[in-house]
Design a binder for this molecule. Structure first.
Ligand code: KPL
Length: 331
């Protein structure tokens, strides 16, 4: 099974390194030619439980991917197309060019597993490839990118994977889809990930979205770590208000929420207490955020359903106002 990971941020580097360590046939598409050179020259270094492993992973830049006729494999041979593409780049870097390259990589037989925060990307990718070849992953693994070719595994979590379409909508043979999914799940489990298959990924994604839509913008605007968010009543009030507005949209859209989301929100803040959320990291680094695919996407659904979300609207505008002005970053 040939796997290609597109995106060499923290999660992309972690998943690639752990799969490569088991001998899986995996290649990595890096953010830049410099990063690809660092990976090809020094290997991908995984730091886990106080130990470092250097993993041998063929890497290429996005530009090289666009022109490549075939993918390199571990022996430098012509490896053909990918059975699985793990798409780990952030939503804001999912340009049309990148989506086209991903669909070309997957070709006729390959499938794509999307790891993005937020929503909106499945529909965009589905314009380039069969929708039932698109899968979603939601992971709570902790990873920190230490440099272009070095990553630390900072916390164990669970990873849910499943088709982006809810069960019943697929036009592929169910046996074929199940087999491909099982192969990937086996590889991920052998690499040490705790994975669960789900046929309700839309729900899983929305549940995560509702939590991210509270933690990410509030921590980014208040410039605090996740664990500090529930510390005061005024912040808890904002959290509650954003969560309730989000739940109202999910329910109106027919998406079931799982369990007590308020408890899950507090638990997520506690489990990731020392983290700076990805949105805080983006704003602190002077970069554009993923607000459009998180709160912006909830607002879009609300407007379609004729719901008004005053808190989300305000928070969305505040984050947009704090983003750098000028042209959006290119991949
Ligand atoms: O997903 C996250 C993010 O930062 O994007 C959380 C869960 C909030 C962890 O920081």
């Amino acid at each position: 099974m040939k796997i290609v990971c597109v995106g060499a941020g923290s999660i992309g580097l972690l998943v690639t390194a752990k799969l490569a360590r088991t001998g899986a046939d995996i290649a990595l598409v890096a953010h830049s030619a410099e990063q690809a050179d660092a990976l090809n020259g020094g290997g991908l270094i995984l730091s886990e439980s106080g130990e470092e492993t250097v993993c041998d992973v063929p890497a290429l830049s996005f530009e090289e991917l666009e022109t490549a006729q075939a993918l390199p494999d571990r022996n430098g041979d012509d490896g053909g197309g990918a059975d699985w593409v793990l798409l780990t780049v952030k939503q804001k870097h999912l340009t049309e060019r990148l989506l086209q390259a991903v669909s070309r990589l997957a070709g006729e037989k390959g499938r794509v597993l999307c790891f993005q925060n937020g929503i909106g990307h499945v529909e965009r990718l589905a314009a380039h490839m069969p929708p039932d070849a698109i899968y979603l992953a939601v992971t709570t693994e902790g990873a920190k990118r230490l440099s272009g070719n070095r990553v630390a595994h900072t916390g164990e979590g669970i990873t849910r994977i499943g088709p982006a379409l809810d069960a019943g909508n697929s036009s592929f043979s169910p046996q074929n889809a199940e087999f491909a999914q099982k192969m990937l799940e086996n590889a991920l489990q052998e690499a040490g990930f705790r994975t669960f298959l789900s046929n309700q990924m839309r729900e899983v994604v929305w549940n995560k979205l509702l939590l991210n839509a509270v933690i990410n913008p509030l921590t980014a605007l208040l410039r605090i770590r996740n664990g500090e968010l529930p510390e005061t009543n005024i912040r808890r009030g904002l959290m509650r208000g954003l969560l309730d507005e989000g739940i109202a949209v999910a329910n109106a859209a027919g998406i079931a929420t799982r369990g007590d989301l308020w408890e899950q929100l507090l638990d997520l803040c506690a489990r990731t207490a020392a983290n700076s959320s990805s949105m805080l990291q983006d704003l602190s680094g002077g970069r554009m955020t993923e607000i459009d695919w998180i709160n912006g996407a909830i607002l879009e659904n609300a407007s379609r359903l004729q719901l008004s979300l005053p808190l989300h609207e305000t928070i969305y505008r505040l984050v947009k106002a704090a983003e750098p002005s000028g042209t959006p970053e290119e991949h």
